[in-house]
Design a binder for this molecule. Structure first.
Ligand code: HEM
Length: 407
């Protein structure tokens, strides 16, 4: 690493967890392609919108972190490949093949048909919340909603939803339990392993039954009949869909509600003009998305970005939330403006790894946030915003551990 190196411990502070945007603004200004060091790995962080877009489109930045440099094996351990080597961590042509097969199982017909079921799940969750006059919107709503939707879509038996949720929560909340980091890592690896075994068992059980109309069954068909998917890819794709399908949406709904409740004039605008909801969801995602930095890339050759040399083999992070606040790309970028012209924000990524679940995410966020505002009149935070418990700054996700509210 060269000059202007930023230790990760100076970037990922408690202040950053509470509000990363001042630090992102400084980086965009002073060091838009910034070398960051940490005890586990060194990387470069890209924070300007144009650079972020170019980087996410650059085939020289590989997603195959199990490739020659074996970065993921070193960071996440030998068991991680079975579960992580999926489309998100592959390059074309493997990526194109895995994405094509999964897109078929993720057919728009199947997703659009989910609208009434999403509305039903939202109603059921809120029926329990409404009489209480108070709630923890993360545990009572934002986490279970996408978890139930993706579990049903995949065909995970209802009786197992709570156990699956418990494993995914260990992974999501890692770093926030106060236990030593090595213990935390071991707990995450154990939860991943359990989930891996569980998904492999579900797949075997489904094979023994007549094919059902769910995504796991479609993927099994691609594996068994067409031979387009290996057994390991089948399990790791199921894991990716399960995890990507709820983690980001849960955190997004939580962040969006905080943004609305701390910007009362914008909340009021949305209450008066509910037809703004679809564009409001896009603005809320630009304003405070759940994935601050896209999943890591690796330079396959020596690169230069904005005059900074990135040697082959380096890990590169593309800071989506920094790019989404770039004043060069968005006027008054730090302001939440629900009537903003719908612009090309980067909340769902860019390039070949652009979010596969975008339609589902929008359906869940629009129906979920709309129902929260309709059914919980007088909604307000039960704690000052600074006191909300958040995922740690170093978490790959930006989200809340709890969101206590009253109404
Ligand atoms: C990829 C964001 C919901 C499935 C991505 C990426 C982003 C993203 C930024 C690209 C990551 C990268 O390039 O490193 C979001 C947000 C969501 C959301 C903000 C909710 C608000 C969902 C849902 C699903 C899903 C509901 C459903 C299963 C995926 C998959 C990929 C992906 C499979 C990998 C695509 C590929 O590698 O080609 N998402 N996502 N996402 N997302 Fe989402």
């Amino acid at each position: 690493m060269t000059e202007n190196v930023l230790p990760a411990s100076e970037l990922y502070t408690d202040e950053f967890a509470a509000d990363p945007y001042p630090a992102f603004a400084k980086l965009r200004e002073d060091s838009p392609v910034c070398p960051v060091t940490s005890p586990r790995f060194d990387s470069f962080l890209i924070t300007r919108f144009d650079d972020a877009k170019a980087a996410l489109n650059d085939p020289r930045l590989s997603k195959d972190l199990y490739g020659p440099e074996q970065h993921f094996l070193r960071i996440f351990g030998p068991n991680s490949e079975a579960i992580n080597k999926n489309m998100l961590n592959s390059d074309p042509p493997e990526h194109s093949r895995l994405r094509r097969i999964t897109s078929r199982a993720f057919a728009p017909r199947r997703i659009e048909a989910l609208r009434p079921r999403v509305a039903e799940i939202v109603s059921e969750l809120l029926d329990k919340v409404v009489p209480q006059g108070q709630a923890d919107l993360m545990h009572d709503f934002a986490i279970p909603l996408p978890m139930m939707v993706i579990s049903e879509l995949l065909g995970i038996p209802t009786a197992d939803h709570d156990q699956v949720l418990a494993w995914t929560q260990v992974i999501r909340e890692s770093g926030s339990s106060g236990r030593p980091p090595a213990e935390e890592r071991a707990a995450v690896q154990e939860a991943q392993l359990q989930l891996h075994h569980y998904l492999a068992d579900v797949i075997q059980a489904k094979r023994a039954q007549p094919p059902a109309d769910d995504m796991i069954s479609s993927l099994i068909e691609a594996c068994d009949q067409d031979g387009q998917l290996s057994e390991r890819e089948l399990v790791s794709t199921t894991f990716l869909l399960l995890f990507a399908g709820h983690q980001t949406t849960a955190d997004f709904i939580g962040n969006a509600m905080v943004a609305l409740l701390t910007n009362p004039e914008q909340l009021d605008l949305l209450l008066r003009t509910p037809e703004l909801l679809p564009s409001a969801v896009e603005e809320l995602l630009r304003f405070d998305g759940p994935l601050p930095v896209a999943s890591p890339r690796i330079a396959t050759e020596d690169l230069e970005f904005r005059g900074v040399r990135i040697p082959a083999g380096s890990i590169v992070g593309v800071a989506i939330n920094a790019a989404n606040h770039d004043p060069e790309a968005f006027a008054d970028a730090d302001r939440l403006d629900l009537s903003r012209e719908r612009g090309p924000h980067m909340g769902f990524g860019h390039g070949v790894h652009y979010c596969l679940g975008v339609t589902l995410a929008r359906i869940e966020a629009q129906i979920g946030i709309g129902a929260l505002l309709r059914r919980l009149p007088g909604l307000r935070l039960a704690l000052p915003v600074e006191e909300l418990r958040r995922l740690p700054a170093a978490s790959p996700f930006r989200g809340l551990i709890e969101l206590p509210v009253r109404f």
